[in-house]
Design a protein around this ligand. Structure first.
Ligand code: NAG
Ligand code: NAG
Ligand code: NAG
Ligand code: NAG
Length: 481
């Protein structure tokens, strides 16, 4: 599969520092369009293809060598390759054109996923006419969006004013009211339904955003070699561009979560546009993998009570990332390296600061990292992950759902059997009841598995949850990290 960098519109990467209403200094109104040179599939992409073969211009190798791929059923397997680690000094701004690692395995329709009760992999044939334009906010007058809008019926979606371009600076009045709006962007306000950390201290709920891309296989190889699993927050536009890579993520046992269709700030969109962004990404994942995620991450962490309520109504529980003791975000800043705002050594320092912060907070943590650009993947496999693996005290690296104590089946609508997840009467919960009954009938020893070790530290009591995430839920529910 060929891929190309498409330079779309604005290439502004900017970071504003501002002062929130309560006087806390907040970095990061990271509104800025992320540099919009994102990998896309070539027009003739077919659903089964292998990426260009690799071997990066060699530098130092970390000695991680090929290993056999794990047991999942596969039709075609290519020899695993050695991962090379780029020297930190060579991870610089700019557009990479270098070779990428091939996928080790191509999973064919009918293959059995590693999640109990998951349907076999479907056949996915990409037909451009079936999808909105990639990397654009989808139109809201389609039959699909009209149908998904019905999912909001019966839910109290707060009628909050839409933010101009999602930044605090451009919305001084809304920023001043951020606590009431539960606006994470301007002050880090969260609600009890948000997942922002792992309950257990020194546990890292590992995740990567904005893929899948041609750089993802290198990350996947590293994770497989180290026997690690992570959560991938995938963008719908990338999913239909690189379905094979999404399949490898899922079939290797990583968690898949919704990260919208075009990666726009959600507080800057109408309800219909938010539904379109979430709905099309959810559909892309469902069409390629046969499962529907029960979780989402808002791009830039940009969420308020309106966006939360829409997400939950659509069966998607929000997951953000941790803020430290000084309200500092657990953000590696890897996303600023391709645009030259931050150097690779500075990003590594950000990560080391995060690990040190992790030793002084009472809970585990979640960090922002990406697999959109090669620099980001190089930093992860060459520096962030090795640093975490060698860290003292020892860290426990897990996907985010797993670190919550959820059984993997909770992650998808088709597989969950938890009738109160993420809250009673949610779409997932209703489906869970049916799934559990069907499975109990069909299989003698059904439902046996399922770690029920939900940790009390994240009590998302059903009472709090309700659907009253209205503006009134206020201060009592606000947590600041
Ligand atoms: C957002 O809008 C403000 C005010 O209109 C402007 O100053 C700022 O540059 C914009 N930021 C982005 C990322 O578009
Ligand atoms: C989003 O922000 C832009 C400014 O960047 C503004 O022109 C647009 O009207 C906003 N969208 C909505 C739905 O209000
Ligand atoms: C936590 O991180 C911040 C930077 O984000 C850093 O200034 C501070 O020293 C860290 N604290 C510890 C205890 O590592
Ligand atoms: C079901 O989900 C709820 C809400 O997340 C959780 O509190 C509970 O422990 C889960 N039960 C099982 C058996 O996983």
């Amino acid at each position: 599969m060929k891929f190309s960098f498409v330079a779309a519109a604005t290439a502004a990467l900017s970071l504003s520092t501002l002062v929130s209403a309560d006087g806390d200094r907040i970095a990061h109104a990271r509104q800025a369009e992320k540099m919009k040179r994102v990998p896309q599939a070539s027009s003739s992409s077919s659903s089964t293809s292998t990426l260009a073969t690799s071997s990066k211009p060699s530098s130092t190798s970390n000695g991680i060598s090929s290993s056999t791929t794990s047991g999942a059923p596969a039709a075609q397997t290519t020899p695993a390759t050695v991962i090379t680690i780029d020297p930190l000094s060579s991870i610089t701004a700019g557009v990479a054109t270098g070779p990428t690692l091939p996928l080790t395995t191509t999973y064919l329709p009918g293959a059995t996923p590693p999640i109990e009760g998951a349907p076999p992999l479907p056949t996915f044939v990409f037909n451009k006419a079936d999808w909105p334009d990639i990397d654009r906010i989808p139109p809201t007058d389609s039959d699909e969006v009209k149908e998904w809008m019905q999912e909001l019926e019966g839910f109290d979606i707060p009628d909050l004013e839409i933010a101009v371009n999602g930044t605090c600076a451009a919305n001084p009045q809304l920023a001043a009211d951020a606590a009431n709006r539960g606006w994470w962007t301007c002050g880090g306000y969260t609600r009890p339904t948000d997942i922002t950390f792992c309950p257990d201290k020194l546990t890292w709920g590992m995740s990567f955003d904005d893929g899948p891309t041609p750089y993802t296989p290198q990350l996947l190889k590293f994770l497989t070699d180290q026997q690690l699993k992570a959560t991938f927050f995938v963008v719908g536009s990338r999913v239909i561009s690189f379905p094979d890579i999404l399949r490898e993520e899922y079939m290797s046992g990583h968690e898949i979560s919704v990260h919208t269709w075009s990666h726009h700030t959600l507080t800057n969109l109408t309800n219909e546009q938010v539904v379109a962004e979430l709905g099309w990404a959810r559909k892309a994942i469902q069409d390629v993998l046969g499962i529907t995620p029960t979780t989402m991450r808002p791009p830039f962490g940009d969420i308020d009570d309106r966006i939360r309520a829409i997400s939950l109504a659509m069966g998607l529980q929000p997951i953000i990332w941790t803020r430290g003791p000084m309200n500092n975000q657990f953000d590696t800043n890897d996303w600023k390296v391709p645009g030259g705002e931050v150097t690779a050594p500075q990003a590594v320092q950000s990560f080391l600061d995060i690990l040190n912060n992790a030793t002084i907070i009472d809970t585990g943590f979640i960090v922002l990292e990406h697999d959109l650009f090669p620099q980001e993947v190089d930093l992860s496999v060459g520096y962030f992950l090795p640093a975490a693996l060698g860290f003292t005290p020892k860290l426990d690296l897990k996907p985010i759902g797993t670190c919550q104590g959820w059984p993997e089946t909770n992650m998808y609508l088709e597989t969950t059997t938890n009738a109160t997840f993420p809250y009673p009467d949610s779409p997932a919960a209703s489906q869970a009841t049916t799934t559990a009954q069907a499975r109990a009938t069909a299989v003698a020893n059904a439902g046996g598995k399922g770690g029920s070790s939900s940790n009390g530290a994240v009590s998302r009591g059903s009472g709090v949850l309700g659907m009253v995430i209205g503006v009134v839920a206020v201060v009592a529910g606000v947590q600041m990290f």
